[in-house]
Design a protein around this ligand. Structure first.
Ligand code: 3HC
Ligand code: NAI
Length: 704
């Protein structure tokens, strides 16, 4: 099928873009647009040019994959837009779906814009570490004003059709089909005798813009978004819209090109595709049948159970929570209601929505309430014996074909699957806390999980707005297994004399949302310690008496983190404060375990010791087939653990650092720290890539 067609409808030339799935504009589409415009130019019998798109959306942007081409240039599309705008007969864009980035830039180069009521418009390039590079920073402020344009471009948020009309971005909102609506609009234009209008000929209005507006905005961008060069560049480009059009366009072109080649944008583009790739289950037949999910059961209405339930209620799915006591049930449902009320108080939900959602949530003390559920998720304490009991019970009460899922963060899903007596129906659904907020869902495929169960859960994840990544079964799956080595080194560093603020500060300076000590204090030292103890009982721990000694000692002392006012830190309200008691505990443990204390632990050492073993574990996870793709690991860490998205996740970062560098530093720590327990032993995959001077993502090296 041709990506661009030009057809006659009376005296209107209809230009249709048909480039599924989202009509993204790459070099091929640009070339076809040029031919279509030339045909229109040369045929004077047309009165009007109407541009619309086939499929579910107007152009959703430039083709993001084309930005990785070293020879990419925005110039061909930009000159095409200039040629379109320069036409001497009216050009109408009929918009529907998601009019984003290059799509909105195309629309703004047209003379008139009409949109269906459900249309969403925006310039989300900032989310890819870019700015709109096809004159969006120049045309949008000319019609919408500087404040709204800067807000839309800086946040990447979309606005609805009516808001776009109110802001002067489009001319009309009309119901109907895109082609018919566009044609009717064009006919009316002709009969009214309305002609061409060019946004590039307008002057960006400056009324209401204070003298220090741009200086303040630039300062904000530099200080609050210091990891994202696009933020300051956007302010600069929008400010340049106050220049004559050509001058502003030159500023935008230069900044766009700088950003396109920046590490941050490459990292964010990598994550854009990695998130979408993660949703694809290799080898899953296209026609695999998913199971209908209309009623869900959750066992345990604690921190996780309640949050998980909210996801389903938000999606309109009836959910029943089962607990051991009325008090626990009421506490759980009360917390959920409290969360909804807080959203309502912020204006994010109406009172009616809160009550609709609460009606979808019911509670019971009887497992029989689970007998008609299509999916039951257990979210009881992290204890193998208890979870096994629950699984036996679920195997008995759930109806045939019901999916049984566990929210365990570390335990062996295959053991739990066996306990149900129907391992084919069992899968891990590892939500992250707070489960109603965090985007990540690790979907753990057991040895016997059937493809249709996996496909059903992946589809459900999308429905509730989660980014789902499939993991194989191992201790902690992808995320917590890697977090374990990260915490291990954090504690060794503590025993060697580094304070929690020094440890956290080192990785937070790279953009990590929270360092390891703050993270565990928030999740609960008790939760972390119990996991380590449980792992030890399962025989998983190295025979190292100093392994995670700090967390176990803190647990003994009742220092559970934020919830008890002290953990690695002492808490002043919710504010973490360095606590000399932690240093004392660490020093005592260092003495017990014969660990030498030092006062000269450099920031670079902290970063390397926290991140390189974590990356090494990621390589092991790949070579064992626990994760299918490096990008899956990157999605887990950026969506679930606050790893900086501008670094693209740990595996993307590893390639950027150079695998040889990581291998060398691992060898350095093996010799300086000792390697009795294999902590610094390289994964064979990392070792071979480093030796071959290859990248993890080298397709020629076998994995892409
Ligand atoms: N370029 C290339 N591929 C794109 C794309 C784009 N701009 N937008 C979406 N796709 C692809 C996805 O990779 C996916 O491919 P797959 O099926 O092979 O995995 C497919 O289209 C469908 O995408 P989603 O799964 O995301 O579909 P949804 O229906 O959930 O969402 C959407 C649709 C809202 C359009 C969403 O895809 C989206 O937000 N896309 C990105 C929009 C964007 O960032 N536009 C700006 C691009 S940069 C630009 O325009 C620069 C310009 O200023 C020069
Ligand atoms: P929690 O202690 O807040 O809640 C557990 C709930 O299970 C309690 O309300 C308890 O009354 C209930 N329960 C215990 N036995 C029961 C039974 N036989 N039948 C019904 N209900 C029963 O624990 P939390 O934090 O919600 O953890 C639950 C699970 O989620 C664990 O497996 C944990 O590892 C996992 N998880 C926890 C995360 C967290 O940050 N808290 C993050 C991701 C997973």
């Amino acid at each position: 099928m041709q990506a661009v067609r030009l057809e006659r409808r009376g005296d209107v030339a209809v230009l249709t873009i048909a480039n599924p799935p989202v009509n993204a504009i790459g070099p091929g589409v640009v070339a076809s647009l040029v031919s279509a415009i030339e045909s229109f130019e040369s045929d004077r019998s047309y009165t009007t040019l109407l541009i619309h798109c086939d499929g579910s959306t107007f152009v959703a942007g430039g083709d993001i994959s084309s930005f990785d081409d070293p020879n990419f240039s925005a110039a061909p599309f930009n000159s095409t837009l200039a040629r379109l705008e320069a036409l001497d007969r009216p050009v109408v864009a009929s918009l529907h779906g998601s009019v984003l980035g290059g799509g909105l830039e195309l629309a703004l180069a047209c003379h008139w814009r009409v949109a269906l009521p459900s249309t969403k418009l925006g310039m989300p390039e900032v989310k890819l570490g870019l700015l709109p590079g096809s004159l969006g920073t120049q045309r949008l402020p000319r019609v919408a004003g500087i404040k709204l344009a800067l807000d839309m471009i800086s946040t990447g948020r979309t606005i609805g059709a009516q808001a776009a009309k109110d802001a002067g971005i489009i001319d009309e909102v009309r119901d109907g089909l895109p082609l018919e609506t566009g044609l009717a609009f064009a006919q009316e234009l002709i009969s009214r005798g309305d002609g061409v209008r060019r946004i590039s000929a307008l002057i960006t209005p400056l009324d209401g813009i204070e003298a220090d507006f741009f200086a303040n905005a630039a300062n904000d961008a530099r200080t609050k978004k210091s990891f994202y060069p696009a933020a300051a560049a956007i302010v600069q480009a929008v400010q340049a819209s106050t220049l004559p059009f050509k001058g502003g366009a030159a500023v935008e072109a230069r900044l766009f090109e700088e950003l396109r080649q920046s590490r941050e944008s490459m990292a964010l583009r990598h994550l854009f595709f990695a998130e979408r790739e993660a949703a694809k289950v290799p080898g899953l037949a296209k026609d695999v049948k998913t199971r209908p999910i209309t009623r869900i059961g959750i066992v345990g209405a604690g921190t996780m159970g309640g949050g998980i339930a909210m996801n389903f209620a938000n999606a309109g799915i009836h959910t029943v929570l089962v607990e051991t006591s009325q008090a626990a049930l009421e506490r759980g449902l009360g917390l959920v209601k409290g969360n909804y009320d807080a959203s309502a108080a912020k204006g994010r939900l109406t009172a009616q929505q809160v009550s609709q959602r609460m009606t979808l949530l019911t509670g019971s003390l009887d497992y029989a309430a689970l007998s008609d559920c299509d999916l039951v998720i257990e979210a009881v304490f992290e204890n193998m014996a208890l979870k096994k009991q629950i699984c036996v019970r679920l195997g008995q009460v759930c109806k045939p074909g019901a999916i049984i899922a566990t929210n365990t963060s570390t335990l062996d899903v295959d053991v739990l699957a066996q306990a149900t007596g129907r391992a084919q129906d069992v899968v891990g659904m590892h939500f992250f806390s707070p489960a109603n907020v965090m985007r990540l869902l690790e979907v753990v495929r057991g040895a016997q999980t059937t493809p249709e169960v996996l496909a059903t859960v992946m589809q459900l994840a999308r429905k509730i707005g989660k980014v789902a990544v499939v993991s194989g079964v191992c201790y902690g799956f992808i995320g917590n297994r890697m977090a374990e080595v990260y915490m291990r080194e954090a504690e060794f560093l503590m025993m060697e004399g580094a304070t929690p603020p020094a440890i956290d500060g080192a990785v937070e300076a790279l953009g990590m949302a929270m360092g390891p000590c703050r993270m565990l204090d928030m999740a609960g030292i008790d939760v972390g310690a119990k996991t380590v103890i449980e792992y030890g009982l399962a025989g998983g721990l190295p025979p190292d008496p100093s392994y995670r000694a700090v967390v176990q000692q803190m647990f003994q002392l009742g220092r559970f983190g934020q919830k008890t006012g002290a953990g690695y830190y002492h808490y002043d309200g919710r504010k973490p404060v360095d606590d000399p008691e932690t240093a004392r505990i660490a020093r005592t443990l260092a003495d017990v375990h014969g660990i030498a204390q030092r006062s000269d632990i450099a920031r670079q050492e902290i970063v390397e010791r926290l991140l390189y073993p974590l990356i090494n574990e990621g390589f092991k996870i790949l070579e064992e087939g626990i994760a299918w793709r490096p990008g899956d690991i990157d999605v887990v860490w950026t969506a679930g653990y606050g790893f900086p998205d501008h670094k693209g996740g740990p595996m993307f970062m590893a390639d950027a650092l150079g695998l040889g560098v990581i291998a060398d530093r691992m060898a350095h720590y093996a010799s300086t720290r000792g390697n009795a327990y294999g902590y610094w032993t390289l994964s064979p995959l990392l070792a071979s890539r480093a030796r071959g001077n290859q990248q993890l993502t080298d397709a020629k090296a076998g994995r892409s």
